[in-house]
Ligand binder design. Structure first.
Ligand code: ZN
Length: 315
């Protein structure tokens, strides 16, 4: 096949139109999985898939597929292109939607050019990939590959107390097709870079080598509350100081390691949280993202040792 180009104007118009669905009165974009606004986005996507002449398939976990197949290639495993259309809170318009709508654009371009692919081409939008409302994230694709039972995924309880299954039924996207029925020959996902590296290096595109393994820890440190103005320094058991040491430990540990890991303390809470009282307790969820589970495990062990050490020193 000779060199050909997509219709960039059409792709961007689709992204803009989908990006207008789910705006609040201040213009912020939020389409949480299986919500009313995400239903509107799903409806729009399905309308586009149908207008492009694709066979629309929706499975039990609400994954949406638009299948372009002919009499000649029907039954062959499809080339699948896709991503997700659910968003985080106050989202951008490209995350996920770019991957789904680029897939649609590829199919529309090839159709217009009279191209006859050797195998079907499918565009996919997987359910609850962001994981804001239902945990874990990437749930629809996890179900698709058999990483979690469909029933268990449907029973997932969201941050608002709903279950994913009941919400999919409510918005009309709980279908009968068994997830994973559409086995792809290959899968390609275009995705906007969520970090700053490509932009800083002025590199237009990169290939994902791996996914990060993520470990979230909530650490509670017990100290002794006392008057901040009258307790001598040597007599303090300051949970706030131990907390600060944990944050520094994380930074130093990551800096020393050769692994492409990152870590941070995202939140801290002090008790009693008063300006003139030495904190008696502090809890701080911290995050570690690495490429391997064993790296996460090593990090947890070292973190525990460091934290315990701080308290033994009556920090
Ligand atoms: Zn995404």
């Amino acid at each position: 096949m000779s060199h050909s180009s997509i219709n960039a104007g059409r792709l961007l118009a689709h992204i803009d139109e989908l990006g207008a669905i789910g705006r609040d009165d201040q213009g912020r974009l939020t389409r949480l999985a299986a919500s009313d606004t995400e239903k509107q986005g799903r409806d729009r996507l399905v309308a586009w898939l149908e207008a492009a002449g694709l066979d629309v398939v929706i499975d039990r976990i609400g994954n949406i597929f638009g299948l372009w197949q002919s009499e000649e290639n029907a039954g062959q495993p499809a080339l699948m292109l896709g991503s997700h259309i659910d968003t985080v809170i106050n989202a951008g318009i490209y995350d996920g939607c770019y991957g789904v709508l680029a897939g649609l654009e590829v199919i529309e371009t090839l159709r217009e050019q009279g191209f006859a692919p050797a195998r079907p081409i499918a565009v996919a939008a997987f359910t609850n990939e962001e994981g804001v409302r239902y945990a874990p994230d990437m749930l629809g694709s996890l179900v698709h590959v058999g990483g979690i039972a469909t029933e268990a995924a449907l029973a997932t309880i969201g941050t608002d107390g709903t279950t994913l299954g009941s919400e999919l039924a409510r918005i009309g996207y709980a279908a009968a097709v068994e997830p994973g029925a559409l086995k792809p020959h290959a899968y390609v996902e275009l995705h906007i870079e969520q970090g700053p590296v490509l932009e800083r290096e002025a590199t237009p595109i990169g290939a994902v080598e791996n996914l990060q393994g993520i470990s979230w820890q909530r650490i509670t440190i017990d100290g002794v509350a006392n008057h901040a103005g009258t307790t001598p320094m040597v007599m303090r058991c300051d949970a706030g100081l131990a907390a600060a040491r944990v944050g520094l430990f994380l930074r130093d540990h990551i800096a020393r390691s050769n692994a492409p890991s990152v870590a941070t303390v995202g939140t801290m809470r002090f008790e009693p949280d008063a300006i003139n009282v030495i904190p008696c307790a502090r809890s701080s969820p911290s995050t570690c993202a690495t490429r391997t589970r064993s790296a996460c495990r090593r990090w947890k062990i070292r973190l525990r040792r460091n934290c315990a050490g701080s308290l033994r020193r009556k920090a």
